[in-house]
Design a protein around this ligand. Structure first.
Ligand SMILES: Cc1ncc(COP(=O)(O)O)c(C=O)c1O
Length: 352
């Protein structure tokens, strides 16, 4: 290792995603539908308005107006990021100094750990209960005992699919003094939001993305919703021109087609119910998902994995996480892909 490297960086592992040639890649919670064919003309028209010899709108002005309308707030309540990954990084840069403590309920999304580690912060992990519901009182206690600066809450949570109730979120906000970053990457599949609280309370930030329900993970667009004073803090660490002109153009098209996205999301939610109903009678733990993926725990884990592999279906597993032993996370796909997933369970469990 280069002797000049920071100690904290030595412990990190580069983020790797399996890009195997799957028939159905159900390992990254992406949308199974490529909207490009539907939106091609609109995208080209929108791209034509951009001058690619010039820098793009630095603060995504047109896009923030559209996002404000959708979220019933003002553009001053919004900052855009290169995916919500960048929002996570910016929030950490704003609030976490060397040695500052940050609560991350576990298991959850890995980028919170990476961003806090890079910032030199100290992670205070708080385990969820055995059924993966959040341990609200343990979070509050850990926050107050450790003078925690920031708490990440993933609602609904990746990879468990479970959410915190509005009451539980309010309780954490009221009983602590930390900044609460509420990651709503899967909001559209759940329907409940803490956005109204974030717009008022300077300690609360809601994170959103166009990578999941909106189906445009490839363009990389996320955003934060918060009080203008909090947004102003995030703006101080944002790179100028962090969102490319191409991303801004495609994102505007995606937002203009919000009704189409809402109807696709509704059919995904129906598919989620259908899969769970089909597999309910199996001797298998299925966690009650509010997202576009389902987490399963099975004592036939190895057999399932090899059958998924033989069927060329990509799924996500967590071999290094003791809380997620025998767990497999599978994104919702097209009806055909979901049928293929059900067929794998049928084969392994010998159901006719
Ligand atoms: C909870 C959560 N937050 C954020 C992200 C990152 O999303 P984006 O594509 O907007 O960077 C993901 C991606 O899987 C996620 O699961």
């Amino acid at each position: 290792m280069n002797k000049n490297v920071r100690k904290k960086i030595e412990s990190l592992v580069p983020y790797k995603v399996s890009m195997e040639n799957y028939r159905w890649a159900l390992n990254a919670n992406e949308s199974p539908i490529n909207m490009f064919s539907d939106w091609q003309e609109e995208i080209l028209a929108e791209l034509t308005k951009e001058s690619i010899n010039l820098y793009p709108s630095s603060n995504c002005d047109g896009l923030r107006v559209m996002l404000a309308k959708i979220n019933q707030c003002s553009p001053e309540n919004i900052v855009c990021g290169n995916g919500s990954d960048e929002i996570i990084k910016m929030i950490t840069e704003v609030f976490v100094d060397q040695g500052d403590k940050v609560i991350i309920p576990t298991p959850t999304f890995s980028e919170y750990f990476t961003s806090v580690t890079v910032a030199g912060g100290e992670i205070v992990p708080v385990k969820t209960k055995a059924d993966f519901t959040f341990d609200v009182e343990a979070i509050i206690q850990a926050a107050n005992q450790n003078q925690v600066k920031l708490i990440f809450l993933c609602v609904p949570n990746n990879p468990t699919g479970l959410a915190l109730s509005d009451c539980e979120i309010s309780r954490i906000i009221d009983a602590t003094e930390a900044v609460i970053a509420i990651d709503e990457a899967y909001f559209e599949f759940y329907g409940k939001t803490s956005a109204p609280i974030a717009l008022k309370n300077q300690r609360v930030i809601v994170l959103r993305t166009l990578s999941k329900a909106y189906g445009v993970a490839g363009i990389r667009l996320g955003y934060a919703l918060a009080n203008p004073k909090t947004i102003d803090l995030i703006q101080r660490v944002r790179m100028p021109y962090n969102i490319s002109a191409l991303t801004q153009a495609v994102a505007r098209v995606a937002l203009r087609n919000a009704d189409q996205i809402a109807s696709i999301t509704q059919s995904m939610i129906e598919e989620r119910k259908r899969i769970i109903n089909q597999l309910r009678s199996y001797n298998l733990e299925i966690f009650d998902s509010q997202t576009n993926f389902i987490l399963y725990r099975s004592d036939k884990y190895e057999e399932l994995l090899s059958t998924f592999e033989n069927s060329r279906i990509g799924v996500r597993v967590y071999p290094k996480d003791p809380m997620l032993v025998n767990c497999i996370r599978i994104s919702l796909g097209t009806k055909e892909a979901n049928d293929a997933v059900i067929a794998v369970f049928k084969e392994v469990y010998n159901h006719v």
